[in-house]
Ligand binder design. Structure first.
Ligand code: GYE
Length: 321
């Protein structure tokens, strides 16, 4: 059931498919042990993603060694090294930032332990360092956010003052959601990003940074937050400043977790671009294939949609996360 709507496989050329049976660990036979290094527990999205990975491993009969890096790259590198030492069959991880992975990925490759990237990408030039990358197209998500804005303001020539709450600095979703959005809105000079700062994908930081934005910019028209949680924190700041979120300041976010969808249905958020965290089932399928030495696509893109306030009201009761 959780697979519904998530099964689009990209048609990109197959890459890195030489496979190999991974480490010599595990319990023999077909049993697979996966080491998974998670980013952290920074958002509703992440909580749902962790649950999806853990539940799917259980359902697939894969033994999962799981670690939470608390949003720190050094912790992820340590976790990956420990999985290499433990000779797991396969390593999967969601890289907190894009850069700086070549050395540890090379260590995994030398130990013949295949790696799958989930959710976030790395910027390594050597794409043989991992077997596949499963996750969303974050540039596309940023574009969808920008397209809604262009449509929303199409009948006005007045300046539109935008503030942006960026995700974790250096992370793929922060980089790509920023650039996709900027690419679309740059066509019209009336759109002005008057402030843009990281809120680290958390509610607390979203609130704090929005408070600062409100102090230095009295006439903000739009908030673009790279995830729901920062948007939800910002809503508290906006209400605290005596303004009405969704009206005085229009809000666009990304993710579509339940709390975000509730705020959208309540009229406090205006538009949400969906980013699905339910990557577990596809990850386990890919892991089984890779461990068997089968070819897998170099890129598997998650299929996603967008939600208006009306659409949020309709789907809210059936939202799983
Ligand atoms: O949008 C955000 C989370 O990498 C897609 O990370 C993920 C992002 C997600 O903290 O809420």
């Amino acid at each position: 059931m959780v697979l519904a709507g998530l099964t689009a496989m990209s048609v990109a050329a197959c890459g890195g498919g030489s496979g190999g049976s991974g480490g010599s660990g595990g319990t023999g036979g077909d049993a697979i042990t996966m080491g998974f290094s998670q980013v952290g527990a920074e958002s509703g999205w992440r909580t749902a993603n962790t649950k999806s990975v853990q539940d799917s491993a259980k359902n697939a009969g894969i033994t999962l060694k799981f670690s939470d890096a608390q949003q720190k790259q050094e912790n992820q590198i340590k976790a990956i090294r420990s999985y290499i030492q433990q000779k797991v069959d396969i390593i999967a991880f969601s890289p907190v930032v894009e850069s700086g992975w070549d050395t540890v990925l090379k260590e995994a490759k030398d130990a013949k332990i295949p790696v799958i990237l989930t959710d976030r990408a790395v910027d390594s030039k050597d794409t043989t360092l991992y077997k596949t990358f499963l996750g969303s197209d974050f540039i596309e998500e940023g574009k969808k956010a920008g397209q809604w804005l262009v449509e929303e303001y199409k009948s006005s020539a007045d300046p539109v003052k935008i503030v942006e709450l960026q995700g974790t600095t250096g992370s793929a979703p922060a980089n790509d959601r920023k650039s996709g959005f900027a690419d679309v809105i740059k066509a019209e000079t009336k759109f002005q990003i008057v402030a843009s700062q990281t809120g680290d994908f958390t509610r607390a930081k979203g609130k704090e940074v929005m408070e600062a934005f409100l102090k230095s910019n009295p006439d903000i028209d739009v908030l673009y937050a790279h995830n729901d949680d920062m948007g939800l924190g910002a809503i508290e700041a906006i209400e605290g400043a005596g303004k009405v979120p969704g009206k005085d300041i229009k809000i666009i976010t990304v993710d579509a977790v339940k709390d975000g969808m509730q705020a959208l249905a309540d009229g406090k958020i205006n538009y949400i671009v969906e980013c699905s965290p339910l990557l577990g089932p596809q990850l386990m399928d890919l892991a089984k294939k890779v461990v068997k030495g089968e070819q897998v696509p170099a890129r598997v893109v998650t299929e996603e949609t967008t939600f208006t306030q009306e659409q949020a009201k309709q789907v809210l009761s059936t939202r799983q996360y």
